[in-house]
Design a protein around this ligand. Structure first.
Ligand SMILES: Nc1ncnc2c1ncn2[C@@H]1O[C@H](COP(=O)(O)OP(=O)(O)OP(=O)(O)O)[C@@H](O)[C@H]1O
Ligand SMILES: [Mg+2]
Length: 516
């Protein structure tokens, strides 16, 4: 472990980093900060939650000349929420040097951004679509950019973003430093990356597994129709402090959030069809623990750093192993522990094996808890809360009523009744979750896995092909049967499983995560 003071960083940055509570550099920080400060191009890969933001943020801030009024650094991130989060962390790192940071992303009034751009920020953090928009309006001048950073680099260089990234790169000087970071870097994408880098230093923090050790990983094999009830029971037993449930489509997320609310959980959904203000308010409430369960599409899978997320549930197994790595990486961050549970239908077992092959980590089978076990979980929670209330001792106002009750009833019955009233008893209020089309079937055991680049994203849908303009989200929405959670698991004959925003106007599927 290296202390930041041994890394030759300036006094002002050191002061900022100390204020952020960082003492020792994490391995990726130790491995890249030196090269970054030497001006080298870097591909940095390290597990989720291990401090990659500061690994690129510190050398970036070190190179900024605050007296120079040009934009000197550009960071591109795949989602709006991540752009905001990264800009906040970079701001903190550059605070003592008085570096000006501006984030630009879709869904925010452009006029406001144009005015802010006139304020001479030194660093821009943004999403590709909005950055391009500003380039086209000539409101963003990138000819003095010295450092270009792609956070979640493999996602940014994936089919859906690559054209935009190319155009943005062309607006930056050829003589610049380029830094690429991600927890995953499939070989074909790394090859693309190396083409526009100059002799990059490749820093991969080696570990046995691609996912962090402190996340316990489970899977539950279950039919589509059983998933929701099992999920509720598992949640009742786990009693997560904060949980994220990932669903495959926006409709799925809406329905799950609604169903969880009906069953008494404090849950909200987040996906790309919501207004930006709604997205931000949901995330804020989740960070402030006003929401216990965030239900999300992959829009929340990458980079988001939310303290206190103890559990991640994949209600649907993700199609790409990379997506799995990033989703479960929302827990177990910065050395904390976490639990991840992935639901998999019998037909999708092949995907589970491919995930395991990629992460080099086996998931343990999780036996679905019985409803009695789920009830015991909730009862324990009530016992704990009651005990805490007694310990806090601010119940004086209730003592007289307690005495009144105890004159009439046995003490044990009174306490039992209090516990019952506090227990969220497993509810069987009917909920409605539409069946999701299963992923294209894949031989259990890997079925050849991911050969070359062929397994990566848009290319691995050979059985289903690209969704044509007719097979996108909207047709899926209207076409799918709405059934109650207890309805039969109708196996769909379709081999395509559209994901968020896919096939809008016939675009290739991997443009699904594009945002402006
Ligand atoms: N040296 C450090 N000491 C202590 N905490 C740190 C250090 N560096 C980063 N952190 C904290 O660790 C958390 C995770 O960092 P960060 O979000 O940069 O991870 P990441 O590697 O980018 O993860 P992901 O792959 O999910 O994007 C943050 O809360 C960050 O403030
Ligand atoms: Mg990150």
């Amino acid at each position: 472990m290296t202390n930041f003071s041994e890394l030759n960083i300036s006094a002002s940055t050191l002061k900022s980093v100390k204020r952020m509570g960082f003492e020792e550099a994490t391995p990726i920080q130790e491995g890249t900060i030196k090269f970054g400060m030497e001006g080298r191009d870097i591909i940095g890969q390290a597990q989720t939650g291990t401090g990659k933001t500061a690994a690129f943020g510190i050398p970036l801030i070190e190179k900024i000349d605050p007296k120079n009024t040009n934009i000197q650094g550009l960071i591109i991130a795949p989602t709006r929420e991540l752009a905001i989060q990264v800009s906040e962390e970079i701001y903190r790192i550059g605070q003592d040097k008085r570096v000006k940071i501006l984030s630009v992303y879709g869904g925010q009034e452009i006029g406001r951004q144009i005015r802010a751009l006139k304020n001479n920020p030194h660093v821009i953090v943004g999403t590709p679509g909005r950055i391009l928009d500003h380039i086209n309006r000539r409101t963003l001048k990138l000819e003095n950019v010295q450092t270009l950073i792609l956070d979640e680099a493999d996602e940014m260089l994936n089919m859906g973003f690559i054209e935009d990234i190319n155009t943005i790169m062309e607006s930056c000087p050829a003589e610049r430093q380029t830094l690429l970071f991600s927890a995953t870097m499939p070989k074909p994408i790394q090859k693309i990356a190396e083409k526009f880098m100059k002799n990059p230093e490749i820093v991969k923090i080696q570990s046995k597994e691609m996912t962090v050790e402190n996340i316990e990983q489970f899977y539950v094999k279950s039919h589509e129709r059983e998933k929701f009830d099992i999920l509720s029971r598992v949640i009742n037993v786990h009693q997560p402090e904060l949980a994220i449930i990932f669903g495959r489509t926006k409709r799925r997320v809406d329905e799950l959030a609604h169903a969880l609310s009906i069953r008494g959980y404090i849950a909200e959904g987040i996906h790309g069809d919501l207004s930006q203000s709604k997205r931000m308010s949901v995330l804020k409430q989740f960070k402030e623990n006003k929401i216990d369960i965030l239900v999300a599409t992959d829009v929340a899978a990458r980079g988001l750093d939310i303290t206190g997320v103890t559990h991640v549930y994949n209600y649907d197994i993700p199609q790409d192993p990379e997506s799995y790595v990033h989703r479960i990486g929302r827990t177990g961050r910065a050395g904390k522990s976490g639990v991840a549970v992935t639901f998999v239908t019998p037909r999708e077992m092949g995907y589970l094996r491919i995930v395991e092959e990629t992460t080099k980590k086996r998931m343990s089978p999780l036996r679905p808890p019985s409803s009695d076990e789920a009830l015991v979980g909730q009862q324990r929670l009530a016992v704990e809360s009651l005990g805490e209330m007694v310990d806090k001792n601010n119940i004086g106002d209730y003592r007289a009523f307690a005495t009144e009750l105890l004159e009439k009833y046995e003490a044990i019955d009174v306490v039992a009744a209090a516990l019952k009233s506090m227990t969220r008893e497993p509810s069987d209020t009917p909920v409605s979750i539409s069946e999701e089309r299963p992923l294209p079937s894949r031989g259990a055991g890997g079925g050849g896995g991911r050969s070359g680049g062929g397994g990566y994203k848009g290319n691995n849908r050979s059985s289903g092909g690209r969704p044509s303009s007719g097979s996108g989200r909207s047709s899926e929405r209207s076409g799918a049967r709405r059934t109650s959670a207890g309805a039969r698991d109708g196996s769909s004959s379709s081999s395509s499983a559209p994901r968020e925003g896919s096939a809008r106007g016939g675009r290739p599927r991997s443009s699904s995560r594009r945002e402006s």
